[in-house]
Design a protein around this ligand. Structure first.
Ligand code: HEC
Length: 119
């Protein structure tokens, strides 16, 4: 009986994860945006500063990641905020590399961090 309950719980958890993965946007399309130097006017892409997931550790727990992403676009890239599916795709990709990144020498310790607000 206990095993059955555990199995059921695991299946429900897995189902939720899968549905989140689908609802959360397209990682491949997000990757293209992350590397897109045309998102803004500086000639840089997200990847210019965040190659290999650098400085993205906070993204894994960021409760307002879409707002952070648009803050990056408008302040760092001098571009226009994105929305809808585009934003969801970029968010999905950022999450995918934020979780799996290596920490340590490559990632400089965050100094003062501004409060994260919507733009
Ligand atoms: C010019 C360099 C630069 C560029 C380009 C850049 N970032 Fe950042 N990013 C930073 C720095 C520095 C920080 C840490 C300080 C801060 O949060 O402002 C950061 C922090 C972040 C964080 C973590 C903050 C948090 O709390 O979640 C995310 C996520 C992020 N950037 C996403 C992006 C995305 C997506 C793009 C492309 C649209 C991008 N960044 C472009 C320099 C950059």
């Amino acid at each position: 009986m206990k095993t059955l309950k555990i199995t059921l719980a695991a299946m429900i958890a897995l189902g939720l994860m899968v549905s989140f993965a689908f609802a959360a946007g397209n990682v491949e399309k997000g990757k293209a945006l992350f590397n897109n130097t045309k998102l803004g006017k500086t000639g840089m892409a997200c990847n210019t500063c965040h190659s290999g997931g650098k400085m993205l550790a906070a993204a894994a727990t960021d409760k307002n990641l879409p707002a952070t992403i648009n803050r990056m676009i408008t302040t760092k890239l001098k571009g226009k905020a994105i929305k809808g599916a585009e934003l969801a795709n970029l968010e999905a990709y950022v999450k995918s590399i934020a979780g799996g990144q290596k920490t340590g020498a490559a990632a400089p310790a965050p100094k003062k961090r501004r409060a994260i607000e919507g733009c």
